[in-house]
Design a protein around this ligand. Structure first.
Ligand SMILES: Nc1ncnc2c1ncn2[C@@H]1O[C@H](COP(=O)(O)OP(=O)(O)OP(=O)(O)O)[C@@H](O)[C@H]1O
Length: 248
């Protein structure tokens, strides 16, 4: 008996995201701002997390650090068991890693203005080596799911802010990333559409096993999330409210 069996821990047992004691300083001397102070968070595959906090508390700084866009000054970030950043030092090719594993939805949709809505979704897949035909099919399905398929061939400038944001959400899901990060993705949407987008993130997390972190000010949709964190003055803490336990 060689002892190798299916009881061997699978790679998926690793948390999807482990952020450990992240600190971020902007500037120096008189103008120094400490935007994150020893912020830590572990997110499991399939978990959908809300990050709340007042303006300027460091939420975007935290999210862009996890998104490998804005490295922390110190602390480590591991994604699916791989240490990707140690302070500002990258341990992997960040651009390639980001493209393969991370979907990001910004406060503003950041669509490419000279590509149609569907091309904006498709391009994420084309860059990952997907065929034109398969990427167009999936882009259309995602847009249909988000209620913007009828605007597929329009340029972003012809779409409302909310429609642009839904295209951006479709784009973030295109490559079935293991980590999805969204910075106030529903700010431009009405309550109903906003809730739909939050529910979609939860569905993607639960069905595809993606780890999702959503920065939000919208307390009305908090029941959709598995875990809620609050950030204040650069410090992250798990929320005391047990949302699943709210009965009223
Ligand atoms: N590039 C930068 N240079 C200097 N200071 C910055 C920079 N980016 C952010 N900050 C500062 O860091 C702190 C945290 O900002 P951050 O954008 O992360 O907060 P936030 O919680 O996302 O805010 P909001 O909810 O308003 O988007 C703020 O004091 C901000 O002014």
């Amino acid at each position: 008996m060689n002892g190798l069996s299916s009881s061997e821990p699978a790679a998926s047992v690793q948390p999807a995201i482990v952020a450990s004691v992240l600190t971020k300083r902007y500037g120096s001397g008189n103008t120094e701002v400490v935007a994150m102070r020893e912020a830590s968070m572990t997110v499991q595959a399939g978990e959908v997390v809300a990050l709340l906090g007042p303006s300027g508390s460091g939420k975007s700084t935290f999210l862009t650090a996890i998104g490998l866009i804005n490295p922390p000054t110190s602390g480590t970030i591991a994604i699916r068991g791989t240490v990707v950043l140690e302070g500002e030092l990258s341990r992997v090719n960040l651009r390639a890693f980001r493209r393969e594993h991370i979907g990001y939805v910004f406060q503003k949709s950041n669509l490419i203005p000279f590509l149609s809505a569907i091309e904006n979704v498709q391009i994420a897949m084309l860059l990952n080596g997907e065929s034109k035909r398969a990427s167009r099919k999936r882009a259309f399905e995602l847009m249909d799911y988000l209620g913007v398929a009828d605007r597929a061939d329009n340029l972003p400038s012809m779409l409302s802010g909310g429609q642009q944001q839904r295209v951006a959400v479709a784009r973030s899901l295109a490559n079935r990333p293991s980590v999805i990060l969204a910075d106030e993705p529903t700010a431009a949407l009405d309550g109903h559409r906003g809730r739909q987008v939050m529910e979609l993130f939860a569905k993607v997390a639960h069905e595809q096993g993606s780890a999702v972190i959503v920065v939000t000010h919208d307390h009305r949709s908090l029941d959709v999330f598995d875990t809620t964190y609050e950030m204040e003055d650069g410090v992250i803490a798990k929320s005391h409210h047990s949302l699943s336990g709210i009965s009223s």
